[in-house]
Design a protein around this ligand. Structure first.
Ligand code: SAM
Length: 256
């Protein structure tokens, strides 16, 4: 179950932080580390700071883009010490762990940590369903990244211990790439019926994405929404209700 939870570090600058994070994760039973375009890696400093968790570094997945790190995830959580313009539902580290543990039985989950200098970019937060803010002194709430990972990992470990005595069932959620196909279809339909004007799209599509990420439709609900779009397409005479995104979704439907 804990192996379905991945810690994703974006553009981490100091290799020592990567090593310290591997150690913090292993102490708390986590093993799945993703590095998105790290600044200086592999590195002796990372290996030395990892101490007994060098195996996590050896098995880390290194990717160039955030998309590659989260495509097959059904829940993406961004950590940030800042409040954002487009606010997502905010959880503290304990609430995050209590959400993550039951879902990790069925789904891949990504928890994103930002750059040491400027954290997560707004477009990265926009890919998340939830935000985690680790409660801290309002005058200086910005933790070192490895300490932030340590706290989140500790809460996950504690919630995991607790879960073994209190089992919960969770609904099935779509993966990120299934949500992306839905967004593609939504966009085509809204352009097709001139609800959004192609040359002047404004912020409507971004706001709708934000809304759906916040409300997190279940897999079955997403199927209904896709059906609604197909019916709109048919009524409006758009491509026989078979948009590019719908065809792609059908092709990509693989047994779970
Ligand atoms: C040093 S902080 C980045 C600080 C950056 N100046 C900013 O404003 O986001 C590096 C990373 O640690 C995590 N972090 C640090 N403090 C946090 C907090 N209080 N709550 C949640 N995440 C935190 C976030 O992932 C953040 O991107």
């Amino acid at each position: 179950m804990l192996s379905n939870i991945r810690i994703v570090l974006i553009n981490t600058f100091h290799p020592g932080n990567i090593g310290a994070i591997a150690r913090a994760m292993k102490n708390m039973g986590l093993s799945n580390l993703y590095l998105v375009d790290p600044n200086d890696y592999p590195s002796e400093e990372a290996t030395s700071r990892a101490a007994g968790a060098v195996d996590l570094l050896e098995n880390a997945t290194i990717v160039n883009t955030l998309e590659e790190a989260i495509d097959d995830c059904s829940l993406v959580i961004g950590t940030s010490a800042r409040h954002r313009t487009f606010q997502l539902p905010i959880m503290n580290a304990r609430e995050c762990a209590e959400t993550v543990i039951p879902e990790a039985k069925e789904h891949n989950i990504a928890i994103l940590f930002g750059r040491e200098t400027m954290g997560l970019l707004n477009e990265e937060i926009a890919q998340c369903h939830r935000q985690v803010y680790i409660d801290a002194n309002d005058e200086y709430p910005v933790l070192n990244i490895s300490q932030a990972v340590q706290i989140v990992s500790y809460e996950i470990w504690m919630a995991h211990q607790n879960e073994q005595t209190h089992e919960k069932t969770v609904p099935e959620y779509p993966r990120k790439k299934e949500m992306d196909l839905f967004y593609e279809h939504l966009e085509e339909t809204l352009y097709g019926i001139n609800f959004v004007v192609r040359n002047h799209p404004g912020k409507v599509l971004d706001k709708l994405k934000r809304f759906f990420n916040r409300s997190r439709p279940e897999k079955q609900e997403l199927g209904i929404l896709r059906g609604v779009l197909a019916a709109v397409d048919r009524e409006a005479g758009l491509n026989d209700g078979q948009s590019h995104a719908v065809k792609k979704a059908k092709e990509e439907q693989t047994p779970e």
